[in-house]
Design a protein around this ligand. Structure first.
Ligand code: ST9
Ligand code: ZN
Ligand code: ZN
Length: 323
């Protein structure tokens, strides 16, 4: 029997916040800030998660090929729950989706376990509106570590809570799919992110529960988190800036590959309402392929695009001269 893994005790985002200890930081990157409060419970759980993921790598050769495939499929499903769902549909409203697609995306989103859609979208709207200031939850001006994972290990800066009061979230509150997912998030997340990925390989092709859990749940979840966090860290630091060379977000093809199409971050910060988050359609952009496929099925509509003439003018005016 597989021993109980402590990572499974991550029952909710809210449940990760209990043990805190204040640490006084007078100055960070030249700016005065209130004391940083480390949330030790998050530090411990994320450390355990990453150690467990490292252990899972050594189990890969022991796994059934169908378990490998299942792990990849879950990675993509969870990825789309973030990119096509929380990000492009709900946070930016860059296209519209009919009820069956919204339910599918909310299910995919539970597989990804990156907090419920309402909280994710609220933080992301703050990220765009107050980009790289203290009111940006993963403020990249505080360095790679903070924007990658550090922001999830400390209490939020008071500016986020204060200025966050001014963010309009009425559209999110009006969506019954979001209300349902938020209400039952703890149970839905445990079922979709940990239980279902483990049980399916065991039931259908006789994989051991141990191997299925570490590969399809733990390793896949950890890789998905890091791929997402790289958009906040790496894609705010490294790459070309063809659309606006005065901002840090950059075009990063490596990030686009791992984040199923979300690494064209210079374009995205300049034109956040483009449903493709890129000038180049399906190029390294599985999410755009998915939304276009859903549009062909009548499930997605009103996809917003920025006219080429507008993009060209902007490139000529503020771009760094690259493509
Ligand atoms: C995770 C999220 O990993 C990752 C998001 C990344 C975003 C990337 C974006 C890039 C583009 C898309 C790329 C996709 C690529 C995908 C590829 C995939 C293959 N506005 O938060 P609390 C107020 S999650 C307004 O507890 P603390 C509000 O009143 C990982 N108000 O703050 C709130 O109460 P309520 C799993 C706000 O106590 C109250 O403050 N999850 C806002 O400072 C308290 O909020 C975890 O590990 C706002 N923005 O704690 C959980 N924010 O909610 C980790 C807050 O009731 N999180 N308020 O309304 C935590 O433990 C805590 O949030 C904390 C801060 C310790 C970090
Ligand atoms: Zn960004
Ligand atoms: Zn965005």
């Amino acid at each position: 029997m597989a021993p109980k893994n402590p990572v499974m005790d991550v029952s909710s985002p809210e449940g990760l916040e209990d043990e805190v200890e204040p640490v006084v930081t007078e100055e960070t990157h030249g700016q005065k800030r209130p004391p940083t409060v480390i949330v030790w419970r998050n530090v411990i759980l994320f450390t355990l998660l990453h150690l467990a993921a490292l252990y899972a790598v050594f189990l890969i050769p022991r796994a059934h090929p169908l378990t490998w495939l299942w792990t990849v499929v879950l990675y993509i499903m969870g990825g789309l729950g973030i990119t096509a769902g929380a990000h492009r549909l709900w946070a930016h409203r860059s296209y519209k989706a009919r009820m069956p697609l919204r339910i599918l995306l909310a299910f995919f989103n539970c597989i990804a376990f990156q907090n419920h859609i309402y909280e994710w979208s609220r933080d992301h709207r703050m990220h765009h509106k107050y980009s790289e200031t203290d009111a940006d939850p993963h403020n990249a001006s505080r360095g790679f570590f903070f924007s990658h994972i550090g922001w999830l290990l400390v209490r939020k800066h008071p500016d986020i809570k204060e200025k966050g009061k001014g963010i309009d979230l009425s559209d999110l509150n009006a969506d019954p799919v979001i209300r349902f997912q938020r209400r039952y998030y703890k149970s839905l997340m445990v079922l979709c992110c940990f239980v279902m990925p483990t049980v399916v390989p065991w039931y259908f092709w006789g994989e051991s529960l141990w191997v299925a859990y570490f590969l399809a749940a733990i390793l896949r979840y950890t890789l998905g988190l890091n791929a997402t966090w790289l958009v906040n860290s790496a894609a705010h630091m490294w790459g070309n800036r063809p659309y606006d060379c005065n901002i840090n977000p950059a075009q990063n093809l490596g990030v686009s590959f791992s984040a199923v199409g979300e690494g064209f971050h210079n374009y995205h910060h300049v034109f956040p309402h483009d449903y493709s988050t890129s000038e180049y359609g399906w190029h390294f952009n599985l999410t755009t392929m998915f939304i276009d496929g859903m549009s062909a099925l009548g499930q997605a509509y009103d996809r917003r695009r920025i006219p080429t003439s507008v993009v060209m003018r902007r490139k000529a005016r503020t771009g760094d001269g690259t493509d």
